[in-house]
Design a protein around this ligand. Structure first.
Ligand SMILES: *Cc1c(COP(=O)(O)O)cnc(C)c1O
Length: 354
């Protein structure tokens, strides 16, 4: 083989979930199991006919709509092929040899993958009870810390911390440490992040959002982030030009403008999740309180979790095993339509009775 960058050669590939056989339910990637807004589908159809033209490199229609809703300037907003692309872009832009990303025990694995791609160490502090602990983060800040990365609500935990806690963390961080808050499940969190968006001008805070979860557009690959103006400018040098397709930009804009549909999906999903978690508890299974479209289910030991995984797969349901996060006694289960969740509970009930 041709010699490659040794830093890349030593990396492990990012562990996506196994392919779900056709006809089965994939409850493994926290996709919406409900379809996108009909308005987004119509906008995508219409945009398809403009596919011979490059997309707007500045995502102007979309950033204008987002800026309007969150009281931001369009210059603060970057749009990526999913927020994953923006996470990678952020790491690349900030990485300098010897520096660290400080994060939490269960923070999104892809952030660690990208940090290491660009030579940054990724340090994780404990999350007692599967919940981010601001004091533990602050205690671990060193002169090498360049980014503090946290997910709120968390994935794979589903738990959230109050926005006031994030403000406290931000206030206590040195000005040359960037706080990056990944809010991929922000629309489902039940709390407003407006106080965070108001602080962009301080220069060391960014917020990431996604169209993949609550907006039901995982396949379109669109995410956005709010960044301080200077940092956004530097990241633009790294982000590949014309990254988000004509069709995806149109779909994201129409979905964003259909807040009524979003509110319905959020309400339906939250209700299904509450019922699912209540039933899990009735079965005697522990599940941290979730503010997302999934639940982390604790089985007590790895053998029980594996047995449940196999039983669910035999029943046509594919949850996500959690070996990647080193919690092999748990499964992460995306919230789907009621009939699927009922089937899931039947299988888990039989497992618990074993
Ligand atoms: C799903 C997810 C993402 C990725 O979202 P995309 O916009 O699809 O790239 C980012 N962060 C967390 C915590 C997620 O769960």
């Amino acid at each position: 083989m041709i010699p490659v960058n040794p830093r890349i050669a030593t990396l492990a590939p990012y562990g996506l979930s196994v392919p779900v056989p056709p006809g089965n339910f994939g409850l493994d990637q926290n996709e919406s199991l409900f379809p996108p807004s009909p308005k987004a589908l119509a906008a995508g159809q219409e945009a398809l006919a403009r596919s011979h033209i490059y997309p707007d490199n500045d995502w102007r229609n979309l950033t204008k709509a987002i800026a309007g809703r969150f009281a931001l300037n369009a210059a603060n907003i970057l749009v990526g092929c999913g927020s994953m692309q923006l996470i990678a872009c952020l790491m690349e832009t900030l990485a300098r040899p010897g520096e660290h990303v400080l994060s939490t025990r269960y923070a999104y694995a892809y952030a660690e993958t990208t940090a290491r791609q660009f030579g940054l160490d990724f340090i994780r502090v404990a999350e007692p009870d599967f919940t981010v602990d601001v004091d533990r983060i602050l205690a671990a800040v060193t002169p090498q810390t360049r980014i503090v990365f946290l997910c709120n609500p968390g994935n794979p935990t589903g738990t959230r911390i109050a926005v006031a806690e994030i403000l406290r963390l931000h206030d206590a961080l040195p000005a040359d440490v960037l706080l990056c808050v990944d809010e991929a499940y922000g629309e489902l969190s039940g709390q407003s992040s407006a106080p965070l968006f108001k602080r962009l001008s301080r220069g060391n805070l960014c917020i990431l959002r996604s169209f993949s979860k609550a907006y039901a557009l995982a396949g379109a690959r669109v995410g956005w982030g709010a960044f301080p103006t200077d940092l956004a400018g530097e990241m633009r040098k790294v982000l590949s030009p014309s990254n988000v397709s004509v069709v995806s930009q149109a779909m994201a804009l129409a979905a964003f403008e259909d807040q009524e549909y979003l509110a319905n999906l959020v309400q339906t999903t939250s209700l299904l999740r509450k019922n699912f978690q209540r039933e899990l508890t009735t079965l005697g299974l522990l599940t941290p309180p979730s503010h997302t479209n999934f639940a982390l289910v604790q089985f007590g030991d790895e053998a029980k979790a594996t047995s449940a995984l196999n039983a669910l797969r035999s029943g046509g349901i594919y949850p996500r095993p959690m070996g990647l996060y080193n919690i092999p006694d748990t499964l992460r289960i995306t919230i789907g339509p009621e009939a699927v969740m009922t089937r899931c509970l039947e299988i888990l009930s039989a497992e618990v009775a074993k």
